[in-house]
Design a protein around this ligand. Structure first.
Ligand code: AMP
Length: 280
């Protein structure tokens, strides 16, 4: 497995793979790998002759008050894990190479980015779509892999790919969870032992809400149930709980399934997100 920080070297690597008749998969990440990341990599390795994993803690998607400087970084460990699952190349650009003269050209998806996390993290999705567009242009993969953990992000990227006619297949994979249900996330490492115990309540709450909707309740009744369960855990402070359309992310509070229950909570200083889809 190669580790490359230069854009030109990544382009050469991909061209050589193509000359050998290999399909190319891209897995964009910010590192601190866990089983969620590894599930995307394994799938890409199974689908493609060459897999590129980008590892870039993208400054343009972090707000001024957010955790850019303390985001967990451990390249030797990440490289070991990626190599074990068969990744061909890790692309770890410096911010100065990705944004040599700062960032002034942006890719913005309107509408889908306005609610949920977009409303609470101004500029976040603009940073995500811009960096993902850049990564897709650098690597030019046949397929790119994303997790449903970041459900809004996934729909935003799908829309960007469609609207800009980007020649890539977006592949989405389900959320990988800890044994107690907590969605795996690099940010879980910030949690104190008490917060970590409490954090499992987020998925439990979503499951209770989803069960109600499955029995015929509306989205609003489902989200009310989620909030009620969360209220029983003083260490979790809900930021939003919403019921949305699986594709358009439009409000589904007055309707039943199909919908996705989406939630963001704070556990101390750590922000956790999760979601659960309810189909019929
Ligand atoms: P990140 O490094 O957090 O930016 O995540 C990189 C990719 O991994 C994104 O497509 C995420 O949606 C995906 N991902 C993160 N956590 C999980 C998880 N628990 N299960 C599945 N995919 C995940």
């Amino acid at each position: 497995m190669r580790i490359e920080s230069r854009i030109g070297a990544v382009r050469c690597f991909v061209q050589a793979a193509r000359r050998e008749g290999k399909a190319v998969g891209l897995v964009p990440t910010m590192g601190a790998f866990h089983e969620g990341h590894l599930s995307l990599m394994r799938r890409s390795v199974a689908d493609n002759g060459a897999t590129v994993v980008s590892l870039f803690v993208n400054p343009t998607q972090f707000g001024a008050e957010e955790d850019l400087s303390k985001y967990p970084r451990d390249l030797p460990r990440d490289a070991r894990l990626a190599e074990q699952v068969g990744v061909s190349l890790i692309f770890t650009p410096e911010a100065a190479a990705m944004y040599p003269e700062g960032a002034c050209t942006w890719v913005t998806v309107e509408g889908l980015t306005e609610g949920l996390c977009g409303a609470r993290r101004p500029g976040h999705f603009r940073g995500v779509t811009t960096v993902v567009a850049k990564l897709l242009n650098i690597v030019q993969p046949d397929r790119a892999y994303f997790g449903e953990k970041d459900y809004q992000q996934l729909q935003v990227i799908r829309r960007m790919v469609r609207d800009l006619d980007l020649p890539v297949e977006v592949v989405a994979l389900p959320i990988v969870r800890e044994p107690d249900g907590l969605a795996m996330s690099s940010r879980n490492a910030y949690l104190s032992p008490e917060e970590r115990r409490a954090a499992a309540r987020l998925y439990a709450a979503l499951r209770e809400g989803a069960a109600l909707v499955r029995e015929g309740a509306t989205g609003a009744q489902g989200t009310a149930r989620v909030r009620e369960v969360l209220a029983g855990e003083p260490l979790l402070k809900p930021q939003y709980v919403e019921a949305v359309d699986p594709l358009t992310l439009a409000d589904r509070s007055g309707a039943g399934s199909p919908l996705v229950l989406m939630a963001a909570v704070h556990a101390g200083k750590t922000r956790l997100i999760d979601n659960l889809r309810v189909d019929g």
